[in-house]
Design a binder for this molecule. Structure first.
Ligand code: ATP
Length: 235
């Protein structure tokens, strides 16, 4: 379970989040949608303890992320595909993470295969990776501890169409195994294909929180533009 409850966050004069509440239940995929500056990343950062809400609570698996002893075993997080050190290989990056999480090195090779990074690619330095390859490495890092919660900021960014389809399948598998998946996205077609629910946010406020059911990309696009058209950027 992922839960934000009445979260408000102000940066100086900017009200980035205004009484934001929503939950992601086990077994479901929720997509977080909103214009640039709407507050999506701030909400995700609140969830993983990188931003402290002014009021309200943000929890994963029922507790504040920063109180978890081995967070990577509970919640897999991808906030920025450029987190990995450019001078290390993909495999070294994951092996280091295995050490932190107390996992055997063989787990690094398992997730590398799962995200489709080949043996040769995993032995190249991250600075030589394309955006899509860095994104796959970031997803591998999030999956390493086989967590029941995934928090992913624009995970499909840079993935080719095959990669996007692969990601959709992977996230669906995690949800079917009882995982709670929260991802932010700007790609409406991807959201319509992947998610069970959509939470739309504008100027820090939740504008809609509803199941997607059979809604297609066109319907979602209409709703998105209707809801966000009158909303100013966070101010
Ligand atoms: N550390 C910070 N200091 C000052 N303002 C911030 C900070 N972090 C975010 N903001 C502001 O808070 C608002 C919400 O930003 P946020 O990054 O959460 O939006 P977003 O929905 O993720 O946008 P995008 O789609 O462009 O990634 C913006 O006005 C942004 O400028």
């Amino acid at each position: 379970m992922i839960e934000l409850s009445h979260v408000t966050k102000r940066f100086g004069a900017t009200l980035a989040l205004d009484d934001v509440s929503f939950a992601v239940r086990p077994g479901s995929i929720v997509s977080f949608l909103g214009p640039n500056g709407a507050g999506k990343s701030t909400a995700l950062r609140c969830l993983v303890g990188l931003v402290q809400p002014d009021t309200g609570t943000a929890t994963v698996a029922g507790v504040a992320y920063r109180t978890l002893r081995s967070p990577g075993l509970v919640a897999g997080v991808l906030l920025n595909a450029d987190d990995a050190h450019p001078g290390r290989t993909g495999r070294e990056t994951l092996r280091l993470a295995c050490l932190t999480l107390g996992l055997p090195f063989s787990r690094a090779d398992e997730v590398l295969a799962e995200v489709g990074l080949s043996r040769a690619e995993s032995r190249r330095r991250v600075r030589t990776y394309s955006l899509g390859m860095r994104q796959r490495l970031g997803i591998a890092r999030a999956l390493l501890g086989d967590p029941s919660v995934l928090v992913l900021d624009e995970p499909a960014n840079g993935l080719d169409p095959q990669g996007q389809r692969w990601l959709a399948g992977l996230l669906r598998q995690r949800a079917e195994r009882g995982g709670a998946v929260l991802l932010s996205s700007h790609q409406l077609a991807e959201v319509a294909r992947i998610a069970d629910r959509v939470v739309m946010i504008g100027a820090g406020r939740v504008l809609a929180n509803r199941p997607l059911a059979d809604a297609g990309a066109a319907e979602l696009e209409d709703e998105y533009f209707t809801l966000t058209s009158g909303v100013d950027r966070a101010a």
